[in-house]
Design a protein around this ligand. Structure first.
Ligand code: EPZ
Length: 447
């Protein structure tokens, strides 16, 4: 458990460097399963979900070598697809990538128990739809048919980042040509395609909803730099807006933040950009706006909660319409404890102007927790937040970066559980003890 006390109500100012993207790093790390050689990754975010992903791969027999907090090599040559550590895969949604990666590499995938933030129903029908289009058999565990998987055609019934990733994983090592339509076009899907093509894959159409994938019987080794995290960057810009401050994020291209900065300009914020940085200051008249989330290139759903938190400080009403997730409004009940006033009609939330006050609140999920911190930074007094380990799943050095912007954030010591080491030691702990490669720091993230 992780608890913060945030004393807010004064402007943040300064600049912070953006870490590698959580949602970009996770598919890249699991992509090591379809490689026959070692993959080295740079600019990897040092976050709970990455540590958990590396632990899962290590438990399955991959050789994980941590060169430093942001550089890791994974060699999955001797990975066993049967050795799924379900007590770990249950900790995050990205574990589902093992389905496509193992199916593509081995023609078999055990069913990983997956977790993830609670946004209501999170089915895998699109994932299994593309697997079945390649001839795979099964509704949980997957097997290639006797003649092996064959290239096929699949039109995703709805845009799904995870299912697109899994379809690419399965098809890139499947004999024949696969056509995927209505694919997700988030920038990190494009990064994944570039990574796989560096391994020797033949994937065309990256950045578009239509992919053509010529399967390869083997893929090599490569290295790759994880792109900066636009959701992390946007969260800190929104913290600056909520506090009436002046925040710059560096190490990111303005175009990666354009969906957010276009909204902030409409609220009257001042946005300045340079090739590798974006600066946002709250304007004299910070006005409410209407925002609607959508798959890329629309407004990213993962910025919905922190954006609503910042709009709580605007003059006039705002609206947030959530078009990606069935139920992503749980965090609003915690913001209401701080005095925020909302009304909701279907998928549209209305933010009514109201003064916020410090309170005790609990993070409901990763981005919901970040939203509470954004609101607390704009609110006078000390807000006590619990459940902050959910934030640490996806934000590297969250409190440290806030402090670099002048925030007053304390991390409360949490009573260590009496069970110091729950469960038997993992393979990388054994590896460390017997002098093997430095194993991945132990996963402590949650899905
Ligand atoms: C990824 O989740 C991200 N997670 C999410 O970020 C992000 O919100 C989401 O993409 C949308 O951008 C990771 O990358 C680890 P989807 P994913 O499949 O792949 C429905 C964060 O905060 N759907 O694109 O699970 C689904 O229920 C996290 O960093 C089906 O109906 O999302 C949802 O309504 C939260 N059937 C919509 O599609 C399926 O088979 C989009 O889901 C798959 C999805």
């Amino acid at each position: 458990m992780s608890e913060y006390v945030i004393r807010g109500g004064f402007p943040l100012a300064g600049e912070i460097d953006v870490s590698g993207a959580k949602n970009g790093a996770l598919p890249l790390l699991f992509a090591s399963v379809v490689a026959d050689g070692a993959c080295t990754y740079y600019h990897v975010p040092d976050i709970g979900d990455v540590r958990l992903a590396l632990r899962i791969l290590s438990e399955m027999g991959a050789r994980v070598t941590r060169h430093d907090a942001h550089t890791v090599t994974v060699n999955a040559r001797y990975l066993s697809p049967e050795a799924i550590p379900r007590h770990l895969t249950a900790g995050m949604r990205a574990s589902s990538y093992l389905l496509g990666a193992c199916l593509g590499r081995f023609g078999y995938a055990a069913e990983p128990l997956t977790g993830g933030c609670d946004f209501g129903n999170r089915p895998l029908n699109c994932h299994y739809g593309v697997f079945h289009a390649l001839g795979a058999v099964g509704e949980g565990e997957l097997h290639a048919p006797p003649g092996g998987l064959r290239g096929g055609t699949y039109d995703f019934p709805q845009v799904s980042v995870g299912a697109t990733v899994n379809g690419i994983f399965a098809a890139c090592r499947t004999h024949g040509v696969t056509h995927l339509h209505h694919c997700a076009t988030e920038s990190h899907v494009g990064d994944l395609i570039r990574f796989l093509n560096l391994l020797g894959a033949d994937i065309r159409g990256g950045g578009t909803p239509d992919l053509v994938i010529r399967g390869r019987s083997d893929l090599g080794h490569t290295s790759f730099v994880v792109s900066p995290d636009e959701i992390e960057a946007g969260t800190y810009l929104l913290a600056g807006v909520a506090s009436g401050g002046d925040v710059t994020v560096t190490g990111i291209r303005p175009c990666d933040l354009s969906a957010l900065t276009n909204v902030l300009v409409r609220t009257g914020c001042l946005v300045d950009s340079a090739p590798d940085r974006v600066r946002v200051r709250r304007g004299e008249n910070f006005r409410g706006v209407a925002v609607e989330t959508a798959p890329a290139p629309g407004f990213p759903t993962d910025l919905h909660p922190p954006t609503v938190a910042a709009l709580c400080f605007a003059a006039g009403k705002s609206q947030m319409t959530e078009r990606v997730w069935q139920e992503r409004f749980r965090y609003t009940s915690e913001l209401a404890k701080m005095g925020a006033v909302f009304s909701r009609e279907g998928q549209t939330l209305t933010v009514h102007p109201a003064p916020l006050h410090a309170a005790s609140v609990t993070a409901t999920d990763l981005r919901g927790g970040a939203a509470l911190a954004v609101a607390a930074l704009g609110t006078a007094g000390k807000t006590h937040m619990t459940g902050c380990e959910l934030i640490e799943r996806g934000y590297e050095d969250f409190t440290g970066k806030l402090r670099r912007l002048g925030a007053d954030v304390s991390v409360l010591p949490v009573m260590s559980s009496c069970a110091s080491g729950a469960g038997e030691e993992s393979s990388e702990e054994r590896q460390e003890k017997d002098g093997g490669d430095a194993g991945a720091p132990h996963g402590d993230g949650e899905g």
